[in-house]
Design a protein around this ligand. Structure first.
Ligand code: C5P
Length: 225
């Protein structure tokens, strides 16, 4: 990869975990730390890109040299990513987006009624942002990248997910056993819509980010010159 091979490109990266509120003090969340998404954003900036980082919940410090947009819920993340994607060359969805959200938001703190049975929690489906981005590209040559955490049959499930989502690249992590979430290191296979597979050995999240941008850069050059 050339030093500044992403110069003149605008890339959008989503990171962190969405939080879906139940009431003013409670939410449904996940364990994403945002580290992989932040590494992707920092590496893209170092390679010369203009970067919009759409960050759901994370405790990481703001990275230098990127436009940071903070969001909470999946709906907010969707709006921010779609807006930034309008003129983007590539979009990488590294955020852990909640698949479901509470059907009703209770605007006052939900009270525990003594001895009463708990109410079941009704959920509704969140929009699949990655699938939407892939289907309705802002420009024909836009490169769309997703992430998938799989616990079993990683390649088979990953291939099926790549096809279902319609993205160009899917970074597939094996999770469980301390890998991925929370760790500084990551190991992955990057599946491409053209059928190729790139194995990324266990190592820093910045190294995985570099490989993702290598694959994105190749596709940008082929499609747009
Ligand atoms: O379907 P699954 O959640 O395993 O897919 C993960 C990928 O899809 C990630 O890239 C994630 O950012 C994205 N995603 C999304 N919208 C959702 C759920 C996941 O864009 N509602």
């Amino acid at each position: 990869a050339g030093e500044l091979d992403l110069a003149g490109r605008h890339v959008v990266v989503s990171a962190g975990g969405t939080r879906e509120p139940l009431d003013p003090v409670r939410f449904l969340g996940n364990l994403s730390t945002g580290r992989q998404g932040y590494a992707l954003a920092s590496v893209a900036a170092a390679r010369g890109a203009r970067v919009t980082l759409v960050a759901a919940h994370t405790e990481l410090p703001d990275p230098a040299g990127v436009d940071l947009v903070r969001v909470g819920t999946a709906e907010q993340l969707r709006a921010a990513v779609l807006a930034a994607a309008a003129d983007a060359d590539a979009v990488v969805m590294a955020a852990a987006v909640a698949d479901f959200r509470p059907a009703d938001y209770v605007p006052v703190k939900i009270k525990k009624v003594d001895r009463a049975e708990p109410e079941p929690l009704a959920l509704v489906r969140n929009p699949d942002i990655l699938a939407e981005l892939s289907r309705h590209r802002a420009a024909p040559g836009q490169v769309v990248v997703g992430f998938a955490a799989e616990t079993n049959d990683v390649l088979v499930n990953g291939r099926a997910k790549l096809a279902r989502k319609g993205c160009d690249l899917l970074v597939v992590n094996q999770v469980g056993g301390g890998l991925a979430f929370g760790s500084a290191d990551n190991e992955a296979v990057i599946l491409a819509a053209d059928g190729s597979e790139t194995e990324v050995p266990f190592g820093p999240k910045a190294a995985l980010a570099d490989t993702v941008w290598d694959l994105v850069a190749t596709r940008l050059t082929t499609r747009n010159g």
